[in-house]
Write a protein that binds this ligand. Structure first.
Ligand code: MD3
Ligand code: FE
Length: 216
């Protein structure tokens, strides 16, 4: 048993603005961490984490699942949102209230009072997994932000510009950190660097990222 030397320390929530419309809420989700991870386990027991294939035929290093009315999928037919899990044919699991309440409260804190996500993508990174620079533009309403919640091991996030050629900033994201991306930052290129090996008390050897979206 490892005694938790930090168990009694108060958590320190801070706010950093990265660019117009992009706000980091450090440790905002720390209080909900255990509950969020319990729901991830419950959801992925039926909607299994899987390595989807890009339209180009490459297997993604991040394992993904979804919950909510719409799930993001990729395969030979392209990137899209759909109501059914292609692995089972069943609807995606409902979005748990602890997920939607957290996403709404983070969006409100960042200045987006009308955010009601209908899709949550669950990304699971193991050591060696990464996500290259890309834009999120499959969502119907780009006036709505995306809310991202990081859980478990830390991973370096890359925050780029509106063109692929702009050199990205590297921003470490740790357990409980929440980022809200909207307005002029909504279509910025972004990605994450390769996850380094480590052990987190709540997730073991992995990092989860939840992204809340208004898909349809
Ligand atoms: C900046 N996920 O699922 S979340 C993704 O850590 C994705 O799993 C990464 O990129 C992850 O699409 C990064 C942060 C994020 C999400 C959406 C954004 C940053 C964003 C949209 C616009 C700009
Ligand atoms: Fe993305």
């Amino acid at each position: 048993m490892t005694p938790d030397l930090f168990a009694d320390l108060p958590i320190e929530m801070t706010t950093e603005t990265l660019s117009e419309g992009a706000v980091v809420l450090r440790q905002f989700a720390f209080p909900q961490g255990r509950d969020l991870l319990g729901e991830i386990r419950r959801i992925t027991a039926t909607a299994h984490l899987r390595h989807m294939k890009t339209p180009g035929g490459h297997s993604m290093s991040v394992a993904m699942s979804c919950c909510g009315s719409w799930g993001w999928v990729t395969d030979a037919r392209g990137y899209r949102y759909q109501a059914e899990d292609p692995c089972s044919g069943a609807l995606w699991p409902a979005m748990p209230s602890v997920f939607s309440a957290l996403a709404k409260s983070a969006a409100l804190t960042a200045g987006y009072p009308d955010f009601t996500p209908d899709a949550c993508l669950i990304n699971c990174y193991e050591p060696g997994a990464k996500m290259g620079l890309h834009q999120d533009k499959n969502e119907r309403d780009l006036s709505q932000p995306i809310v991202s919640v990081s859980l478990g091991l830390p991973q370096v996030f890359q925050f780029g510009g509106l063109t692929r050629s702009e050199r990205p900033l590297n921003i470490p994201l740790g357990h409980g950190d929440v980022v809200v991306w909207g307005g002029p930052s909504r279509l910025r290129y972004h990605g994450v660097l390769t996850l380094k090996a480590g052990t987190h008390p709540l997730t073991g050897a992995c990092r989860y990222n939840l992204t809340f979206r208004c898909a349809r």
